[in-house]
Write a protein that binds this ligand. Structure first.
Ligand SMILES: NC(=O)c1ccc[n+]([C@@H]2O[C@H](COP(=O)([O-])OP(=O)(O)OC[C@H]3O[C@@H](n4cnc5c(N)ncnc54)[C@H](O)[C@@H]3O)[C@@H](O)[C@H]2O)c1
Ligand SMILES: O=C(O)[C@H](O)COP(=O)(O)O
Length: 633
């Protein structure tokens, strides 16, 4: 993006754990002791000394002396060290290499580390040796490292302060570092600002004294309006994860550089309204309702991730109208539900829910009464979607006949037979299993009338959504003995956390298997979901790709060398023309463009040449009917 390079203050950047992710001396010890039985012990001791020196617990010269005394390194270890450090440059520094090249002569590396390994690493970023101020090793005649040059002021306590005095820089000076000695430059009045750099390590004592905390170098560039490779610092993106999705989800978001907060249980509407301010990505499961009130309070929301299949708990249209894309995991837990359903059919057919508690009470009730094989019995599947159709195949494999009913036309798998009406299915099925989606119209899909149509002694399974079945009506037919049993995993009201008790009319009824909404709760499913959903969201944020969004028009435009304009607008005539008029008036070349609309919104991705006037962006933001607009590069 074109910019007027403002006069940059002098930047004093620390090397170890700031410019690079690691401490050079720790890595040197690790290389020198390769294959040595005490490697871990010695490297650990050196790390501990580094840490104590960096946090201000131990004075610096003492920490350096003790570390070098432990270090059995040789000159020949320096080349592999440099190679290793080149691969460990802090990610945000590595991706902004162009900045260092552009501002040559304004950036100094001032480090208590050693010139021998710092110089070659920073040289690749255009930082010349004159701008590297660091210690140097001393060597024994055989080339082994036996100490440091004690005449170098950086080897002494307060060395960085003295070094800055000698530099005598004219103009503003900003210091970026992770250690206490970096802060001391500011304390001594030799810098205008001290930025605690926390991308690699966070030292509380240092953070507490900082003018600003920088989770990444992008944040520094963003705050100071300097050119950067990302359009927005990722550390500014806040993720709120509710209802305990697998830890992998938080890990992936953190790896991407986002700030992640997790809350174990669900939140009710009031609580979520309190928490949603400032959140860019909200992750939920089936329990959290994203209501119009929540959306009203959501001032920075970009995307909602449903870490499950169902999205009936989310105001999808409200999200759309606010420019919030919603993603779910439509396949990841389907197999788990299928396996549970098959197990439940067999358990109910053998009346295990009655027999198992009796055994635990010491009662031996051996009888075949009411028990049957599932082979040759008819399974009626209501809702032949991803789960229903998979169950169809598995049930046939164990010898069941399958009939199904779906409101949509569905591919018939194996020997399954389609029913034209729900009644047709209910009249013939020995076992009825519900796998419809949670749309509002399905509320009480199974009430007294439908239950009465079921064959006497038939079994009912509900692993779909709690509001699909009228629980009182179900309790009546179980009490009367019209149904032979039921398995229910989902309920109209479900406890918010594991601490809340479960209340239901179904408790204590014969041959009823009750489970706490665990159809999709397996290690495999949860892990798959925790990878699937963050990947979709990050693709959306990074490239605008909305593939598999449940509420946005699905667009995927191949990435190219361009700046990408992401524009979400109300679906009214003429918006695309207005966008293109702005671009044409400013002579901006369009490299690719894709628009898709739905009932409420239009979503357009436009790739343009990287050179353009900043005014273009301001004008595009002002295009009438714009809901959200962002630029990616
Ligand atoms: N218990 C759990 O832990 C758990 C886990 C995963 C999914 N689920 C729930 O299971 C259900 C099915 O999931 P899926 O992935 O197979 O969904 P899906 O969208 O692939 O399939 C649902 C099917 O139901 C059909 N349908 C909707 N209303 C109908 C009606 N009134 N009569 C007949 N058919 C109707 C749809 O046409 C669709 O084919 C969803 O409600 C989902 O939320 C529960
Ligand atoms: O919609 C789903 O995938 C299931 O209902 C599972 O929901 P959960 O993740 O809240 O268990």
């Amino acid at each position: 993006m074109p910019h007027d390079p403002a006069p940059l203050p002098y930047l004093i950047i620390d090397f170890d754990s700031t410019f690079t992710q690691v401490e050079g001396l720790d890595e040197l010890a690790d290389i020198a002791l390769e294959g040595h039985p005490d490697r871990e012990k010695v490297v650990g001791a050196i790390r501990a000394l580094t840490d104590r020196g960096m946090s201000g617990e131990l004075n610096f010269s003492e920490s350096l002396k003790q570390r070098l005394a432990l270090l059995p390194a040789h000159q020949r270890h320096l080349a592999p060290l440099v190679a290793r450090l080149k691969g460990k440059v802090s990610e945000s520094i590595a991706r902004n290499r162009g900045f260092f090249e552009e501002f040559r002569g304004r950036v100094y590396i001032v480090s208590s580390g050693f010139r021998e390994f710092i110089e070659p690493v920073v040289a690749e970023y255009g930082i010349a040796s004159d701008f590297v101020l660091a210690n140097t090793f001393t060597y024994a005649p055989d080339g082994s490292i036996n100490g440091f040059d004690a005449t170098n002021i950086l080897s002494r306590d307060g060395g960085k302060i003295e070094q800055l005095r000698q530099l005598d820089l004219l103009g503003d000076v900003y210091v970026l570092g992770d250690g206490y000695t970096d802060y001391q430059i500011r304390e001594a009045g030799l810098a205008n600002r001290f930025y605690a750099f926390t991308e690699n390590v966070t030292r509380d004592a240092v953070v507490a004294r900082a003018d600003e905390v920088l989770p990444s170098f992008d944040e520094f560039l963003y705050q100071n309006k300097l050119p950067m490779t990302l359009s927005y610092p990722k550390n500014r993106i806040k993720v709120l994860l509710l209802e305990n999705p697998d830890a992998r989800a938080a890990e992936l978001f953190r790896q991407e550089g986002y700030q992640v907060e997790t809350i174990t249980g669900g939140l009710d509407e009031d609580e979520l309204v309190q928490h949603i301010e400032g959140v860019s990505i909200l992750g939920i499961r089936s329990k959290t309702n994203v209501t119009p009130r929540v959306l009203e309070a959501a001032n920075r929301l970009i995307a909602v991730g449903a870490f499950c299949i169902g999205t009936n708990q989310i105001d999808l249209t409200g999200c759309m109208k606010k420019g919030v894309a919603v993603f779910n995991a439509p396949f990841s837990n389907t197999r788990s539900v299928v396996e549970l359903a098959l197990g439940e059919i067999i358990m109910l057919a053998r009346r295990i829910p009655d027999k198992n508690p009796k055994m635990h009470r010491g009662e031996w009730d051996k009888s075949a009464s009411g028990s049957f094989e599932i082979r040759g019995k008819t399974l009626g599947i209501v809702g032949y979607g991803n789960i229903g159709s998979q169950l169809s195949v598995v049930a046939e494999a164990v010898g069941m006949k399958v009939v199904y009913y779906d409101v949509a036309e569905k591919l018939q798998l194996g020997n399954a037979v389609k029913c034209r009406t729900l009644e047709e299915l209910l009249r013939q099925a020995d076992v009825v299993t519900l796998h419809v989606d949670g749309r509002k119209e399905n509320t009480n899909l199974f009430g007294a009338a439908e239950l009465a149509m079921m064959k006497p002694g038939a079994l009912l399974l509900n692993n779909s959504r709690g509001h699909i079945v009228d629980i009182s009506a179900l309790a009546d037919v179980l009490r009367s003995g019209h149904l032979g049993g039921a398995a229910v995993d989902v309920f109209p009201y479900e406890p918010k956390t594991n601490q809340e008790s479960f209340e239901s009319e179904l408790r204590g009824l014969p041959n009823v298997l009750l489970t706490p909404h665990i159809g999709g709760s397996t290690a495999e499913a949860q892990r798959n979901i925790a990878e699937f959903v963050p990947e979709r969201i990050m693709q959306y944020i990074n490239s605008g790709n909305t593939q598999q969004s449940v509420n946005f028009p699905n667009i995927q435009l191949p990435e190219q060398q361009a700046h990408r304009l992401i524009h979400i607008h109300a679906n009214v005539p003429g918006v695309l023309a207005r966008i293109n008029n702005v671009l044409a008036q400013h002579h901006v070349n369009i490299l690719g463009q894709y628009l898709k609309t739905n009932e409420h919104i239009g979503y357009v991705i436009t790739d343009i040449d990287k050179q353009y006037d900043q005014e273009v962006i301001g004008e595009l933001r002002k295009v009438e009917h714009t809901i959200k607009f962002r630029v990616l590069y």
